[in-house]
Design a protein around this ligand. Structure first.
Ligand code: NHR
Ligand code: GAR
Length: 215
């Protein structure tokens, strides 16, 4: 089974969706650890109650981003993960860190990228007057919120929406698409093809063709 380390900064509801999918038998992965940059992140308690190893690396204790990133990478690499999942992780990561995890670092971002990279996405969507908003799971590259897209979900922006109503509508979709994306990775179905992520749909057929008797 693929080993996964989850990075959080706060509430951790996306992390909870991954735990719930695993518990329901829909996500055959080893959730090895949850690491937060904030010692008081609510999600750390949730993860500990679920029996998952937890750590925090307080970014405020480091002189700069590079030093924080080095300590974070050392903690992560202690678990030898196949995949690192950013789930509401709120620190921009340096180029060296991202390169070290190339192709095995995923993020969920609360907008339909390439619209609204960065912070305060729901407020900005409301200000721009867009009628469709949503969320994106992507592989992380050094350029913030610009990595290859794995899956997206769209929601309508309704008259009378405020930031709370819109973010809640998007969050429901986040909790559906993140377990799906991680499952595809765990099944070995995702491949990078330049800026594009290819999803293999043929694995079962190929297995059937190669060795029907061994299935
Ligand atoms: N790092 C790289 N190199 N590339 C990406 O695509 C990244 C990343 C780090 C985090 C998540 C991202 C999001 O989905 C993410 C993607 C934090 C900020 C930010 O400005 C922006 C985008 C994201 C995460 N953080 C402030 C900072 O100075 C701190 C804000 C805070 O602590 O509240 O790092 O939106
Ligand atoms: C989620 O909406 C996630 O997409 C977003 O923060 C929320 C975290 O919620 N991520 C970012 O904005 C990254 N900068 P959660 O902690 O309950 O998963």
């Amino acid at each position: 089974m693929k080993k996964i380390v989850i990075l959080i900064s706060g509430r951790g509801s996306n992390m909870e969706a991954l735990i719930a999918a695993r518990d329901a038998g829909n996500l055959p992965v080893n959730l090895a650890a949850v690491i937060s940059n904030r010692p008081d992140a609510k999600g750390l308690e949730t993860a500990a109650k679920a029996g998952i190893a937890t750590h925090y690396i307080d970014h405020k204790a480091f002189a700069g981003r590079e030093a924080f990133d080095a300590a974070l990478a050392e903690c992560i690499d202690g678990f030898v993960p196949d995949l690192v999942v950013l789930a509401g992780f709120m620190r921009i990561l340096s180029e060296g860190f991202v390169r070290h995890y190339e192709g095995r670092l995923m993020n969920i971002h609360p907008s339909l990228l390439p619209s609204f990279p960065g912070l305060h996405t729901h407020q900005r969507a409301l200000e721009e007057g867009v009628r469709i908003h949503g969320c994106t799971v992507h592989f992380v590259t050094p350029t913030l919120d610009h990595g290859p897209v794995i899956i997206q979900a769209a929601v309508p922006v309704l008259d009378g929406d405020d930031e709370g109503a819109l973010s809640a509508r998007v969050l429901r979709q986040e909790h559906l698409i993140y377990p799906q994306a991680v499952r595809w990775f765990a099944e070995g179905r995702l491949t990078l093809d330049g800026a594009r992520v290819r999803l293999s749909a043929e694995l079962d057929d190929r297995a059937a063709f190669i060795s029907p008797l061994l299935r």
